[in-house]
Design a protein around this ligand. Sequence first.
Ligand SMILES: NC(=O)c1ccc[n+]([C@@H]2O[C@H](COP(=O)([O-])OP(=O)(O)OC[C@H]3O[C@@H](n4cnc5c(N)ncnc54)[C@H](OP(=O)(O)O)[C@@H]3O)[C@@H](O)[C@H]2O)c1
Length: 319
Amino acid sequence: MTELRALGSSGLLVSPLCLGGNVFGWTADKAQSFAVLDSYVAAGGNFIDTADSYMHYFPEQGNEPGQSETIIGDWLATRRNRDDVVIATKVGDHPKYMGLAPATIKAAAEESLRRLRTDHIDLYYTHFDRDESIPVDEIVTALDDLVKAGKVRAIATSNISPERLSASLAFSDREGLARYVALQPPYNLVSRDTYEGARREIVEREGLACVPYFALASGFLTGKYRPGESVENVRNLPGLAGGYADTDRGVKVLDALERVATAREVELATVALAWLAEQPTVTAPIASARTVEQLPALFAAQDLHLTDTELRTLTAASS
Ligand SMILES: NC(=O)c1ccc[n+]([C@@H]2O[C@H](COP(=O)([O-])OP(=O)(O)OC[C@H]3O[C@@H](n4cnc5c(N)ncnc54)[C@H](OP(=O)(O)O)[C@@H]3O)[C@@H](O)[C@H]2O)c1
């Protein structure tokens, strides 16, 4: 039985593994996506992450924004389980609703609600904070309006500078408005400075939850990409999964993962997620699964308690 945990101060209770939704409509078709979602909730998961933009980043692969939300919405309607799951989605990167201007946030939220076939979003993230000419006050106020209207339960943020994160929290507190309850940074064994440091200090000090994305470095931390080997995979792109295989750090991390995984008789992905789950402030790593068969290795991380020596070995390899 998966034990749920508090997501910061939001009042939401979430499972320790958040299911990434960028595969739905991208590397997993509708039937595969339904199967992954069914299997995830059957194993005790209740926390599903998506975005209005998924998955439009690779148009040459025939993807359109909104597909992930539409698939999740159809699944919720078919399974009649809306109240059993915590749905997180994001605003700011959909080609038609780009950025975080208040009018964009308002319009994009309506579109997400329509696609998700629900009357509320549990956790609403700002996806990217690219245009710093928009004052954080305006962004937070627009999000607070959605909370007041009952369309959003809690707000959160992703891909934001430490300065703008602090300023957003200060504004919420000063004005008595909804405040971010979570930060979603890229964070894993081969990408640590994207979170550790100023962002983590703020999250710790302000009592936010950290919900890291790319928890498996797009698949690299499963061990399927090796130096000098070419792997046929749509994620095998520079800057994504395959990009790490030929770096010193990537090689060292795989070696350390392999040693721990062999000793504990688990998969590399399980060890990578267990390491992340043990890091201060981390509430629930987000990982996606393209197939049902990939899920057990992700859930197994909940039962793998790494020793201090194992944690130190992994941390040292990734330094
Ligand atoms: N806030 C943001 O800006 C942002 C950005 C990116 C992602 N995200 C969120 O974070 C989630 C996770 O990121 P991600 O999906 O890009 O990367 P990830 O979770 O690091 O990697 C997931 C991929 O690894 C492979 N995999 C998973 N389990 C495996 C197993 N047991 N054995 C072998 N391969 C396995 C699968 O891809 P293949 O089978 O295709 O190799 C899977 O789709 C996304 O779905 C999304 O919700 C947020």
